[in-house]
Write a protein that binds this ligand. Sequence first.
Ligand code: ZN
Ligand code: ZN
Length: 98
Amino acid sequence: MHCTDPKTLTARKTHHCMSCGELVKPGEKYTRWRCYDSGDVGTVKMHPECHAMHSAEAAGMGGGPWEFTPFSHERPARDCGEAGHDEGRCGNASCLKA
Ligand SMILES: [Zn+2]
Ligand SMILES: [Zn+2]
C-alpha cells in the first residue's frame, strides 16, 4: 500500500471524518490523502486532530504506515495552539477533557 503525503485543506462542503465520523463543516480545516492498494484508490479525509492522533500512535509504535478502523475512533481534543495546552493548562474550557 502506498499513500500520498497528507494535505491540509479547507472544506468547501461538508465531509465526514473517516476516523471519528463527525462532520467537517465548510470553512473548517481537514486533512486529506490518497492511498493506492493493489489497484484500488481510496481517499481518506480526517479532522487534523484525528490525523495527528493516528500519526502519534504510529510514531509510538515505531512509525511507518498505519491503519485505522473507519468511523470508530473518538475525536481527540483540538489543539488550541496556546502555551500549556499539552499539559492541560491552556485555560480554554473547550480543551478540558470531561
Ligand atoms: Zn475526526
Ligand atoms: Zn488548549
